[in-house]
Write a protein that binds this ligand. Structure first.
Ligand code: ATP
Ligand code: MG
Length: 200
């Protein structure tokens, strides 16, 4: 099938773990922007020790697959994981553009990440590759640092004060994450004993 006129959302994230905030944001944007598909793209494994331990890419990938499997419009791309190393949004979008040359791409990102947009590499090319959609969530506000005209839309998603950081901390303390993440993801975290050690 031709990609002509297909509208594809791209949701990048560490997804360590994926939670219902991510899923609600993707669902809401898909509805508002009439997207045919939302591709979740878990980030590659950082080369260097960053300030925190990031779970293995395969675990983050599988949790993302588990969380999205029941939605026919959601899919998962291995592009950033297979490229390896630290993920830059420009590489994600170039790969997806090559895969879907005729589609309209909508990059969905939290307002927190969007605020750093000018520290991203190749900011101008980014805006030529995709339309950017910033989703706001509780505790994050966005001040427009001068985005290109028409390049960015802001969307308020239903308030879900869920973060992966909080989910990891809860597991480390032995607190439940039921209903913050999909049931299959709760089971997977348990099976793989992820996040048990608060220090990583
Ligand atoms: P961490 O706490 O480790 O930073 P996170 O919850 O922010 O994790 P990420 O994988 O970093 O999750 O998020 C991927 C994208 O989803 C980011 O653009 C982020 O802003 C957005 N996002 C995260 N949580 C929510 C939420 N509750 N509602 C809407 N968007 C969210
Ligand atoms: Mg984050």
């Amino acid at each position: 099938m031709s990609d002509a006129k297909r509208r594809i959302g791209v949701m990048g994230g560490t997804f360590d773990p994926i939670h219902h905030g991510h899923l609600v944001a993707a669902s809401e944007v898909a509805s508002l922007f009439h997207l045919d598909e939302v591709v979740f793209v878990p980030t590659g494994q950082p080369w260097q020790k960053s300030e925190r331990h990031v779970s293995p890419a395969e675990d983050r990938y599988l949790m993302t697959v588990i969380a999205t499997a029941s939605n026919p419009t959601f899919s998962v791309s291995r592009s950033d994981i297979d490229r390896g190393g630290t993920t830059y949004t420009i590489d994600t979008l170039r790969d997806l553009r090559a895969e879907h040359p005729d589609a309209d791409l909508f990059f969905i990102t939290g307002a927190d990440a969007l605020a750093q947009i000018f520290s991203w590499r190749h900011a101008e090319e980014l805006f030529s590759l995709a339309h950017f959609i910033g989703v706001t969530r509780p505790g994050h506000t966005l001040s427009d640092p001068g985005f290109p005209e028409g390049g960015v839309s802001l969307v308020e998603v239903p308030a879900l004060a869920i973060s992966s950081t909080d989910c990891r901390a809860r597991v480390a303390k032995g607190d439940p994450v039921w209903y913050l993440v999909p049931d299959g993801v709760v089971r997977y975290i348990d099976k793989r004993r992820l996040y048990r050690d608060a220090t990583g």
